[in-house]
Design a protein around this ligand. Sequence first.
Ligand code: ATP
Length: 355
Amino acid sequence: MSIRARFRARRGDFALDIDLEIPARGVTSVFGPSGCGKTTLLRAMAGLDRHPGGLLEFGETLWQSGEVFVPPHQRAVGYVFQEASLFEHLDVRRNIEFALRRVPAADRSLDLERAVELLDIAALLRRRPPTLSGGERQRVAIARALASSPRLLLLDEPLAALDRHRRREILPCLERLHAELDIPVVHVSHQPDEVARLASHLVLMDSGQAVASGPLTELMTRLDLPLAHDPEAAAVLEATVSHLDPEYRLTSLDSAAGRLTVLESQLETGDRVRVQIHARDVSLALDPHPGSSILNVLPARVDSIVEEGPALVTVRLLAGEAPLLSRITRKSADILELAPGKPVYAQVKSVALLN
Ligand SMILES: Nc1ncnc2c1ncn2[C@@H]1O[C@H](COP(=O)(O)OP(=O)(O)OP(=O)(O)O)[C@@H](O)[C@H]1O
């Protein structure tokens, strides 16, 4: 099942020209520079702005086409924007109950207790919004959006107004939503780390257009797209915990790129995790370097190479079928005579667990 969105709109000098098909499951992140049209797209999907000639299909359900325009409250869409708007005179419980009551009991996909548990807001139920912190407000706003039993959740930079610490508190809640509720989420963010952690699908926007749309793991490592050239460029891999080593306090993960070793954490065998490997943390060698202290050495082959200014190159590798990035000096690339198809060993200095 997929979501099809086609919108053309003009706002002063800005033109939105979008024709997208994204999966109606998992988390799709819409990523792009300020002013590129991310909010305009989400508002059009929610039905908050009507753009004549637009098309929006949610699976078999038509929300907009030609003369058809289903108003926002009949779309079963939950949305949370940067500054959460709550009913300031009602306590948190009543804010959520208000949303619950909009849906007949037989059609509810979750109850108050479940929404409270997922967003970890039991302690806030008697508080009124003016007494809540920014992070608490956002958690309540997301719980309220869920209480209306949406078929689609739209989150427009819900964490933008929060500092790093508060964002770290909410990210696990968003992950739980994704893992435990079968509601597709379209999520707008400026933060590459948030996108890497949450998204399964990515839409890259620029100047009102979708420059690319595809699986996160692929788009993050495509050398024709900007993410792979960022100083923070990284590959993201799904992995399963395969072995715990109590003696050395290490954990082994099996991924499509091969076996990875990370420091011991709270993980158990069989857990699914997501890891991030930064391009700057991957060096390359022509042999497996048995004398090295680096534990994670993956056989790979060079897929493509792009220069990053006069001194550096970014190399896209395929370790098995999994793409990885390596940022090395142009001199090293010349010494190793790197070229597409060449077998190499990727020495991974650091693997970050994202959850
Ligand atoms: N009512 C309006 N009148 C004129 N221009 C507008 C209006 N609303 C939005 N715009 C312009 O449309 C463009 C897209 O805005 P939008 O809010 O969708 O961008 P965005 O990608 O969400 O940005 P940000 O990441 O900064 O939130 C911007 O250039 C903005 O200035």
